[in-house]
Design a protein around this ligand. Structure first.
Ligand code: WT7
Length: 651
């Protein structure tokens, strides 16, 4: 159904397929009825408090569940707990020391199996090592590592002694690392010689050295040996991780922390300005990620092997590789490298090898696998899978269906999980044993979470497109921006008074399902119609020849903005521009027809896989490109610019 002309954002897409959970899935799921949702609606504070008590161990109970002084929140006030105790010690004490925490696989194919006992032993030693370097409760520690078990150890060791970590993705530059270290005044940097990526070693220590030139607060650098590449060690400042461990005392009791003790900072760039150090604390955050991990993934510790393909440098890695899964005693796969080394079937071979039951990845990865073709997963037995998840961007219905059929073989519920670095954990997602899913919809807020869509003026709407807002505090909510409370208030709480504004567009359909429409900065205005890039992209991707599409609005003398599309075709296929334009018109309406379509072998993406629409707008409007260093592959834009100057046709 098309939206009305004065709609905040037009509602153009229509998707009527529905997928109830299978009887087979429901038979063994943790929750198959509305009880959790009902409980959360009745009393959200009570809901979270019940899970805080049931899923975590506290050394001291809280006296107040939640104190909400908009926009500042505190959860479980007076309570004390230790995150590393909750992720490690109590599982070992309960007799699960031999349980595998990580099946780790390096990109070259080397492997390690790390049990909970081993993870605890190493975390205690490393916590002692950090103390020997002068680290104290309240300090900030930077982590710049490849995807190796030591990344989890480093985070847990910080949590054990009350130091806050700030993980910087290993693909970021020395400059980005230095900026983040300086913003947090970190005392110690934990890095590695290098890691494996695409069949080669990418050196990290030289980047770390270059950063530390400009970071007066760093006193020590700890170096994990992974790549085996030659590195320079500065005497007194630099220490090998394995040498520190060899000298460290084996036990380090987990110190009780206040529920509101800072657990970590994680920097997010947003669209403009300097990166924001998003603050997450201890008790509320762990409650949120432990609860959502358990129920959204239907996690059952005796049967599941979980694999989240994110890097620990992103919030997904913090919440659903380290804290959520380990708090639940989960067994996981951790993989160091790229999905196409040595060949395009690496991901599927790992699922088969480790008998992964729950798989969590991003739409950009799913579309890439689609492009590589169904013959790749077909080479492997994927029958261990029982649930599939998606995160990071809106998932196009076409990609959703491919995931459901080609990877899940129609057996696995799909959970499309909407959340942000700022929210700490999942907010909007199906509950897999309960929710009837629709391809491309994140469906409903999770139990204990409340969301509303509002129009330009902030009025709640119940149907059609608008802005996604969150209307009550949740335990994993960011506690602020490090060093900048004003920016915190301004960024999230000023646009709609009393509501958290996430910056995303969303619509509600006739059944009350939520559909995410992308960042509102990306919404296009064509002849006065506000059109979401997501809906046009999904219409393009629904054509059988199209693998990926990115859509932007470029200045246009007649229509204000014109829709420009960049399209990547599936392997070996070709299609006429006009055919695609007509396809969009047929799918969602003539108003959304792209003016111009460029075909391109690749799209410019950030290192976390989000399409950089700002750059595509620059290309479309013929501007010089600014900073392209955050791109995963900078050569992509040169090619796009070349194509943009071969003036395309229009009918
Ligand atoms: C932004 C947050 C959440 C961890 C990874 C990204 C987009 C995220 C979805 C989804 C539609 C999504 C939003 C959000 N996003 N998940 N399931 N459907 N959009 O964390 O880097 O903080 O980015 O990612 O635009 O605001 P992040």
């Amino acid at each position: 159904m098309a939206g009305s002309d004065d709609a905040t954002i037009q509602d153009l897409g229509h998707e009527s397929r529905k997928f109830p959970p299978s009887a087979e899935f429901v038979a063994t799921t943790l929750v198959a009825d509305s009880s959790l949702h009902d409980e959360g609606r009745r009393d959200y504070e009570g809901f979270w408090a019940r899970h805080a008590g049931e899923l975590l161990s506290w050394s001291k109970p809280w006296h107040t569940i939640c104190e909400w002084k908009l926009p500042f929140v505190k959860w479980f006030i007076g309570g004390e707990l230790n995150v590393s105790y909750n992720c490690l010690d109590r599982h070992v004490l309960a007799g699960h020391g031999h349980k595998v925490a990580f099946y780790w696989e390096g990109e070259p194919g080397d492997t390690r199996v790390v049990t909970y006992q081993e993870l605890l032993d190493e975390t205690q030693k490393f916590a002692n090592a950090l103390r020997s370097l002068g680290v104290q409760k309240g300090d900030r520690i930077n982590i710049y590592l490849p995807m190796i078990p030591e990344a989890a150890v480093a985070m847990l060791a910080c949590a054990r002694i009350g130091a806050a970590h700030s993980v910087v993705f290993g693909g970021f530059s020395a400059q980005a690392l230095a900026d983040r270290i300086n913003d947090a005044s970190a005392k110690v940097l934990i890095t590695a010689d290098g890691g494996w990526r695409r069949g080669e070693i990418f050196p990290l220590k030289p980047q770390a050295d270059a950063a530390v030139e400009y970071t007066p607060t760093i006193e020590h650098v700890v170096v994990v040996r992974r790549g085996g590449n030659e590195v320079a060690m500065q005497a007194g400042r630099d220490h090998w991780y394995h040498e520190l461990l060899a000298q460290a005392a084996p036990t380090c009791p987990a110190e009780p922390m206040d529920a509101e003790q800072l657990l970590f900072l994680l920097y997010t760039s947003g669209t403009t300005g300097k990166p924001k150090g998003i603050m997450h604390t201890t008790g509320g955050y762990l409650t949120h990620v432990a609860t959502t991990f358990k129920y959204a993934f239907d996690h059952q510790p005796d049967r599941d092997v979980f694999w989240c393909t994110a890097d620990v440098g992103w919030v997904t890695g913090h919440s659903y590789i380290v804290y959520g899964p380990l708090a639940n005693g989960a067994t996981q796969v951790m993989y160091e490298g790229v999905p196409n080394y040595p060949a395009n079937d690496r991901v599927w071979s790992l699922i088969d090898k480790y008998k992964v039951t729950i798989f969590y990845t991003a739409p950009t990865a799913i579309r890439t696998y689609m492009k590589w073709g169904a013959q790749e997963p077909a080479k492997h037995d994927l029958s261990s899978l029982r649930l599939l998840g998606s995160v990071g961007e809106p998932i196009n219905p076409e990609a959703w269906i491919w995931y459901q059929e080609t990877i899940g073989h129609g057996r696995c519920p799909i959970i499309d999980t909407w959340w942000q670095t700022e929210t700490g954990g999942m907010m909007i997602s199906p509950l897999p044993g309960v929710t009837i899913t629709k391809p491309g919809s994140a469906t409903h807020p999770l139990p204990g979470i409340a969301a509303e869509v509002v129009d330009e003026a902030g009025n709640t709407i119940t149907r059609g497109g608008g802005y996604l807002t969150l209307t009550q505090p949740w335990p994993g909510m960011l506690r602020g921006i490090w060093g900048d409370p004003e920016r915190y208030r301004e960024t999230y709480w000023s646009r709609f008074p009393g509501r958290y504004f996430a910056g995303d567009g969303a619509k509600l359909d006739e059944d009350g399902y939520l559909w995410l429409l992308g960042r509102v900065d990306d919404v296009m205005n064509v002849s006065g119609h506000r059109i979401s890039t997501t809906e046009v992209e999904s219409a393009l991707v629904s054509h059988p020849s199209v693998a990926e599409a990115a859509v932007v609005g470029a200045n246009d003398a007649t229509t204000g903005q014109a829709i420009i599309a960049y399209v990547t075709l599936r392997g070996g296929l070709s299609v006429d521009e006009k055919v695609l334009r007509d396809h969009v018109a047929k799918e969602i309406g003539a108003i959304a027809k792209p003016k111009t379509i460029y075909f391109t072998p690749d799209l410019p993406k950030t290192r976390s896989g989000k399409i950089m629409r700002r750059l595509l707008r620059d290309v479309a409007e013929g501007r010089n490109l600014g900073d392209t260093t955050t791109l995963a592959d900078a050569s992509v834009v040169t090619e796009l610019q070349r194509r943009a100057t071969d003036s395309p046709s229009e009918d």
